[in-house]
Design a protein around this ligand. Structure first.
Ligand SMILES: N[C@@H](CCC(=O)N[C@@H](CS)C(=O)NCC(=O)O)C(=O)O
Length: 207
């Protein structure tokens, strides 16, 4: 049985949402967030998600989604090596985390509400935010011809990028989103699996 450690509004929503899309059974452990130092005894990186499947332990949200969509497939959530969008799909999957979430969380950490904890560095925050804005333009460009980022269907690449929109909501910065990106985000949140993932969090107990 799969076990997922999840923090409310954290990146662990990516694998949680993916499992709801796939209908894979799992045990959810919602932990207080920010995480307690003692959590490092469970996951040495001290971060969520933390994902266990038998002997396998993973802590990278995009990689876990890829693992789920392929290992527990076949599923339309994955784009196969023989499909035209394969390379672009892999790129978006990593882009959502490395080129979008990373700079956005740094802007939040050093310029937003978290600056109280991490120190206020407005110049650093602004540099990261400008990287994020530039990369958001890539999302707009992809949506010109399609409702989704790649392969003309919903995939885990959309899940990877969508986490940034949830983060923008938390930062009260959704005004950065273009009308096309706003409509795209609304479309993604209308998926039943998104709602089920939210309900699972409501129903679970810390532990
Ligand atoms: N690259 C990792 C990053 C994981 C990560 O940094 N998660 C954040 C939550 S969104 C975390 O656990 N931070 C620990 C903390 O701030 O206490 C991924 O994509 O899963």
């Amino acid at each position: 049985m799969i076990t997922l450690y999840h923090g409310t509004r954290a990146r662990s929503i990516r694998p949680l949402w993916t499992m709801e899309e796939l209908g894979v059974p799992y045990r959810l452990k919602v932990i207080p967030f920010p995480v307690d130092p003692s959590y490092a005894d469970i996951n040495p990186t001290g971060t969520v998600p933390y994902f266990l499947d038998g002997d396998l332990a993973m802590n990278e949200s995009a990689a876990i989604c890829q693992y789920l969509a392929t290992r527990y497939g076949p599923s339309d959530l994955a784009v196969g090596p023989d499909e035209a969008g394969y390379g672009a799909w892999l790129n978006w999957l990593t882009f959502g985390e490395a080129s979008m979430t990373f700079p956005l969380t740094r802007a939040f950490r050093y310029g937003g509400a978290l600056a109280k904890r991490y120190g206020s560095y407005p110049d650093v925050a602004e540099q990261h935010l400008s990287t994020f804005r530039r990369n958001l333009e890539r999302v707009d460009a992809a949506l010109v011809d399609s409702e989704y980022l790649v392969a003309d269907r919903f995939t885990i690449a959309d899940i990877s990028v969508a986490y940034n929109f949830q983060l923008l909501e938390m930062m009260k910065m959704t005004d950065l989103l273009s009308p096309a990106a706003t409509a795209y985000w609304a479309r993604l949140k209308a998926r039943p699996a998104w709602a089920r993932a939210q309900d699972r969090v409501e129903d679970s107990h810390p532990g």
